[in-house]
Design a protein around this ligand. Structure first.
Ligand code: G
Ligand code: G
Ligand code: MN
Ligand code: NA
Length: 256
């Protein structure tokens, strides 16, 4: 209960922070955008990571206002960078939304308001969705995703391959991007079968018209294997850790 009260205070107060992890083209080496990752700067405990508070946020419903804060702050920040660095207007921001948020009947209205308030073009926003939500509520998910697509908002399936790995449902959703979970990437070059699986996922995604991002790239060998498999984007500590907003801005400024 203490943590729940703390979390309420964090959301209404000024304790949530966003970090930005670059998503990089494995072909050109250029940054194509950032994934916004939530952190909680707790006055006593210091930095608290999502793994420690997202489960509680989901149980208590606090995830709804929290994810909306993340969405608003992400859109606001990207818009500011686009204005400040016009050469980088093409950058996109990836925002993780919980399944609960996708099930809200007024999600579309809330997103419309946030885009209007921040002035960000819908095409520069990419929402990351978990497999679990697509599998558990396929009809509902399909209807919601179609409405988001109509607005030009981009859609990614996150942590692909963890748990469910349903291949036959992928084509039912209007997804732009498939993100290969880092548990696969970490085993590249360690377990031979994993290379075969990853190569098959990349090829499946391409054949269904999706782009692929490999998550959790930590070594040059993993990067080289993914490049050889025609995986076009990557994310991970080798390319860059999640950066605070000052560091992310410096990165944009220094590559201008
Ligand atoms: O670094 P990392 O610990 O940030 O993230 C761990 C997990 O928390 C990831 O699976 C990520 O998808 C999730 N996550 C990070 N930020 C957010 C957020 O703003 N909203 C939701 N719902 N999940 C997030
Ligand atoms: O599930 P999601 O992809 O949204 O979560 C991203 C999470 O992965 C964040 O917690 C982020 O800090 C973490 N992360 C990003 N790059 C790497 C990496 O190269 N290795 C590991 N182990 N974790 C990473
Ligand atoms: Mn994600
Ligand atoms: Na992920």
């Amino acid at each position: 209960l203490q943590l729940e009260n703390d979390l309420r205070r964090a959301i209404s107060g000024d304790e949530l922070r966003l970090f930005y992890q670059p998503i990089v083209s494995l072909i050109t080496g250029k940054i194509t955008g950032f994934e916004a990752l939530l952190r909680w700067q707790h006055p006593q405990k210091g930095w608290v990571y999502p793994g420690e508070f997202i489960p509680l946020a989901e149980e208590t419903g606090l995830i709804l206002p929290m994810d909306l804060w993340v969405l608003r702050e992400s859109c606001r920040q990207l818009k500011q960078w686009q204005i400040q660095y016009p050469n980088y207007r093409y950058l996109t921001i990836n925002v993780n939304l919980s399944g609960q948020q996708f099930s809200q009947p007024n999600l579309l209205e809330k997103i419309d308001i946030i885009l209007a308030e921040t002035g960000l073009d819908a095409e520069h926003l990419k929402l990351e969705i978990t497999e679990a939500f697509l599998i558990n509520k396929p009809e509902e998910a399909s209807a919601t995703l179609k409405l988001l697509k109509k607005r030009q908002i981009k859609l990614a399936i996150d942590d692909f391959g963890t748990g469910y790995c349903g291949l036959n449902y992928l084509h039912r959703f209007p997804l732009d991007t498939l993100k290969i979970d880092r548990s696969f990437v970490s085993k590249l070059g360690v377990e031979r079968e994993v290379s075969i699986i990853v190569e098959a996922i990349v090829s499946l995604a391409h054949n269904l018209g999706m782009e692929v991002v490999a998550e959790g790239i930590e070594t040059k060998e993993q990067q080289a294997q993914l490049q050889a498999m025609q995986c076009e984007y990557g994310q991970g500590y080798l390319l860059s850790k999640p950066l605070d907003k000052e560091a992310a801005q410096l990165l944009i400024a220094s590559s201008s």
